[in-house]
Design a protein around this ligand. Structure first.
Ligand code: ADP
Ligand code: MG
Length: 705
């Protein structure tokens, strides 16, 4: 197709990428910037003006009128402040288009409306945004026109991170330093940098925009708060796909093109398990770029959906009883000269390095399962994790039979003498088959699965930023690399020390390995016996972010300061309480204004019919009307009482002053009260005449796309 041939022509055309930099920057400036990007070295502020000028010329030639520092505050979304390039309004036709290095490198914005968890006193409302030159600037085209978006970090006046990018970049540095130590142990002197790579598969739902707008619960909270299960559920017939294909295909086609223009390497698009659910997978990239690109992907999907008369739902659980949406965070670590440290390789020598890396990762996950669980916690994910369609809230690792077998051998031969161990180990490793994983040999129920040459962390919620998960992954693995390197470097018999560390890490942390069905009740019990934590809700997980062990870990690598962690704990509790508060209010509102009145209207129709039929024909059977009326009235009473109870409980919880207590109370009291209201209403939806029900049903939304 000629269309395909054109892709290279427009891929990245809206990105200030290497080609654009070469063209628009003086050679010397280009070289310095390139070096800063490639090596992570600091950029000389003196060249910022040149870069800003080149970037502005490039942007203006492509129609840009505004620029924005594009950043990721702690809300999980992205934020921006638009400025025009225009500086001197002057006379007609004499507008000056300016953009200085200062404006490029550092912005200042009123940060008081972004969460800071007390890091920034209200009188010091300023926040600073600083350019992340490793993530390229890009042009966004929308109803506002063309805007130059500059990916930035967001900090307080005192330099504390108020965003997710800053700690992510710090965690990459930590991993780089420690991973290089591991490589050097194996005689590698050529690799200069180690970088984590991530491919984030994105799940989402598409429904008709008209239906979406009629669902106030979706509009206010991005998930349905009411809704009886459809007659037909997940066991979807092929013809459903048939009818949706055309429209969805048009959407995917446009999303791909928009993303390609922005340099986002969208690769595969396909339908997911649930009806109306789909997935987009990009090609993996450096994690900070992957994180930015995932944010862009979410923005683009929402925007393109609207153009197609669709609404893109990114919530983790938009529909109860239907599969939820997540992000599969495929993570690996590679050197600047192309060595993937998670590639099992073919020679024993390389395998040994792989086994050490693997042992460190196993230890890292087992040392910090709560932190990893926390990194994927958001309000929506509470409804998804541990349901029968997403990884459980218990962290475990799936390695596949082949690798588990290798580990068994290793742990057993470990009983022999040192030299013997070396030999046995070497033989054992030498006879290893290639670690090429059989595609069918997959465990979809595992939250953390080895898939050939990468780990797939499947807990992250669909609407969340992938940054938190990768900050934790990078840092906990860096910590175990550090521990291993400390011990091995100090030994005068390094080969033996390497073996010892591998064996010890594996023996001590084998309990985290699990190959069975992670969705089963039996696993919950077994995990309990193994002492693995099962943090069912976000509220259970949040405190671990401020725990002493966590503070020590992150401070060791300067990823987070204690103050930053404490502020994040506060923000998470607050976010949780606020989100549930909004959901509770929406339920009170929707049931009071729309649903209960609808049932009352239907009841009076039933009552009318009862009297009229009786009048017209006294011997007619009116038991259908009477039974329905009785049933509806009883459920109506239940709904009224539950609504009143929810309103009371919500008000009580909202008044609790300590944020942690408030969040806990919302979880323990408001969430059950919400379910108690939903229950009678959903039962009513099934029996009330559809013409009287004021909102589209699950069936309408999921199947009529
Ligand atoms: P699947 O069989 O699960 O679809 P894919 O090979 O299609 O696996 O990859 C899924 C995701 O993992 C994609 O986003 C892909 O780019 C990413 N991925 C592949 N290899 C790596 C790697 N070495 N490191 C990180 N991500 C990777
Ligand atoms: Mg996957």
């Amino acid at each position: 197709m000629s269309d395909i041939k054109k892709i290279p022509e427009y891929f990245g055309c809206n990105v200030f990428n290497d080609a654009a930099m070469r063209e628009y920057l003086p050679k010397r400036v280009y070289q310095q910037l390139r070096e800063a990007i490639d090596t992570g070295k600091e950029l000389d502020p003196k060249i910022a003006d040149f870069i800003a000028h080149g970037m502005k010329e490039w942007a203006i030639e492509r129609g840009a009128t505004h620029f924005t520092h594009w950043f990721q505050p702690l809300t999980g979304a992205t934020a921006e402040k638009h400025d025009s390039f225009i500086t001197a309004p002057g006379q007609e036709g004499q507008v000056m288009m300016e953009f200085s290095g200062k404006e490029l490198v550092k912005g200042e914005s009123d940060a008081s409306s972004f969460p800071s968890g007390g890091l920034r006193a209200t009188f010091e409302a300023r926040g600073y945004t600083a350019w992340d030159c490793t993530s390229p600037a890009f042009l966004r085209e929308d109803s506002l026109g063309v805007t130059l978006c500059i990916p930035t970090a967001f900090c307080s006046f005192g330099g504390e991170a108020l965003d997710k990018k800053t700690p992510l970049l710090r965690s990459m540095q930590a991993l780089n330093t420690q991973a290089l130590r591991i490589l050097r142990l194996f005689g590698n002197t050529t690799s200069e940098r180690v970088v984590p790579y991530v491919g984030a598969e994105q799940e989402y739902f598409l429904i008709d925009l008209k239906n979406y707008k009629k669902r106030k619960d979706l509009v206010y909270t991005r998930r349905t708060l009411f809704g009886a299960p459809p007659a037909k559920g997940q066991e979807l017939d092929d013809h459903y796909y048939g009818t949706i294909r055309e429209r969805i295909g048009g959407f995917m086609h446009d999303v791909d093109r928009e993303l390609w223009k922005l340099g986002v390497p969208a690769k595969t698009e396909h339908n997911e398990v649930a009806p109306a659910q789909h997935e987009l997978a990009p090609i993996y990239e450096q994690v900070n770029v992957a994180a930015d690109h995932n944010q862009i992907t979410m923005e683009v999907m929402k925007r393109v959906a609207e153009k197609h008369g669709l609404a893109c739902l990114l919530h983790e659980k938009p529909f109860a009883g239907v599969n939820g949406s997540g992000k599969h965070n495929n993570w690996s670590i590679s050197t600047d000269d192309g060595i993937n440290m998670l590639n099992p390789g073919e020679t024993p020598h390389e395998n040994l390095q792989f086994l050490l890396v693997l042992a460190c990762i196993i230890k890292a996950v087992d040392d910090y399962p709560e932190l990893l669980r926390m990194s994927a916690a958001n309000v929506g994910n509470d409804l998804r994790l541990g349901g029968n369609e997403a990884p459980p809230a218990i962290i475990s690792i799936f390695l596949g039979e082949q690798l588990e077998d290798v580990i068994d051998q290793l742990c057993e031969t470990g009983a022999a003498t040192h030299s013997k161990q070396g030999q046995t180990l070497a033989t054992g490793v030498a006879t290893l088959p290639d670690f090429e994983m059989d595609v069918t040999d997959r465990n979809r129920t595992s939250p953390f699965a080895f898939t050939g040459n990468k780990f797939e962390f499947r807990m992250v919620g669909a609407s969340d930023s992938i940054s938190s998960a990768n900050i934790v992954l990078n840092t906990i693995v860096a910590d175990c690399f550090r521990e291993a390197a400390d011990e091995i470097e100090a030994s005068d018999d390094r080969p033996n020390a390497i073996h010892d560390v591998i064996k010890r890490f594996l023996r001590e942390h084998r309990r985290i390995l699990f190959n069975g069905n992670g969705y089963s009740e039996a696993w919950v019990k077994e995990a309990g016996r193994r002492g693995l934590p099962n943090l069912k809700s976000m509220v259970d997980a949040i405190p671990f972010m401020g725990a002493e062990k966590t503070v020590r870990l992150f401070e060791r690598f300067s990823v987070y300061t204690r103050a930053e962690l404490e502020s994040r704990v506060e923000i998470c509790f607050e976010t949780y309480a606020k989100a549930i508060n909004i959901e509770a209010n929406a339920m009170i509102n929707i049931s009071g204004k729309h649903l209960i009145p609808a049932v009352i209207r239907y009841n009076s129709i039933l009552a009318d019919s009862l009297t009229k039929v009786r009048e017209a024909c006294p011997e007619a059977d009116v038991s259908v009307q009477r039974d329905l009326l009785k049933e509806c009235s009883a459920l109506l009473t239940e709904a009224r009482d539950a609504r009143k109870r929810l309103a009371e409980v919500r008000a009580e919880c909202a008044a609790i002053p300590v944020m942690a207590d408030r969040a806990r109370a919302y979880h323990d009291k408001v969430v059950p009260a919400m379910l108690a209201l939903r229950n009678p209403i959903d039962r009513l939806e099934i029996i009330v005449d559809k013409d009287y029900w004021p909102m589209p049903s699950y069936g309408d939304m999921i199947f009529e796309v």
